[in-house]
Write a protein that binds this ligand. Structure first.
Ligand code: ATP
Ligand code: MG
Length: 170
């Protein structure tokens, strides 16, 4: 059953802002009014909550965090017979950033970057996020600059026909 992502993200952001209080604020920037997608709402909640909590944890108090929502279409290639619509989530923070040489391992369990200092964590959040993204045949990447901030970019096909099969694999 399809879900509507703009409303869902609006509620997720509001909920996170209430829980976090005044220390941080997340702003939603939606480039379209409605996005209908075949996604699992619990998995999407896992993705957003983990990325929001990282953005908050690794950013200075008062810094603005944004969730940008957009759609994109992937052109036809030899492997792709029809153009495919994707939803793109960009979670951007003004935080400590991630050293280039640490980026590759961060999606593995218990891996943390070398610049975390005294900020606590177990290193599981991003491993969970990656799993949830892959269950939707999606893709995640990071753009980051030390001491300037990070952007986590998640792209997920709007139609995921084999999704139920993939869920059964967990
Ligand atoms: P937890 O399991 O509680 O989420 P964690 O936050 O340390 O612990 P992950 O969420 O998996 O673990 O993140 C892995 C590592 O990636 C973090 O320890 C941190 O080094 C780095 N990281 C993740 N998100 C950010 C971010 N927004 N800014 C800077 N570094 C980040
Ligand atoms: Mg985390």
């Amino acid at each position: 059953h399809p879900m509507e992502l703009v409303d869902f993200c609006t509620r997720s952001v509001e909920q996170m802002n209430v829980t976090t209080g005044d220390r941080h604020h997340i702003r939603l920037i939606a480039h379209t009014e409605k996005i209908s997608a075949l996604m699992d709402s619990q998995l999407l909640r896992q993705i957003l909550n983990n990325l929001f909590s990282n953005a908050i944890k690794y950013s200075p108090q008062g810094g603005e965090i944004t969730l940008e929502l957009n759609t994109e279409s992937r052109p036809i290639t030899p492997n792709l017979q029809q153009p495919e619509s994707l939803v793109v989530f960009r979670i951007k923070d003004p935080g400590i950033g991630i050293p280039q040489q640490d980026l590759q391992q961060l999606f593995e369990s218990f891996q943390r970057a070398t610049n975390v200092g005294t900020i606590r964590g177990t290193g599981l959040g991003l491993a969970i996020v990656k799993k949830c993204v892959e269950l939707h045949r999606g893709h995640i990447e990071i753009e980051s600059e030390i001491d300037r901030g990070s952007t986590f970019i998640v792209k997920i096909p709007l139609q995921t026909p084999s999704y139920d099969v993939m869920l059964a694999e967990i």
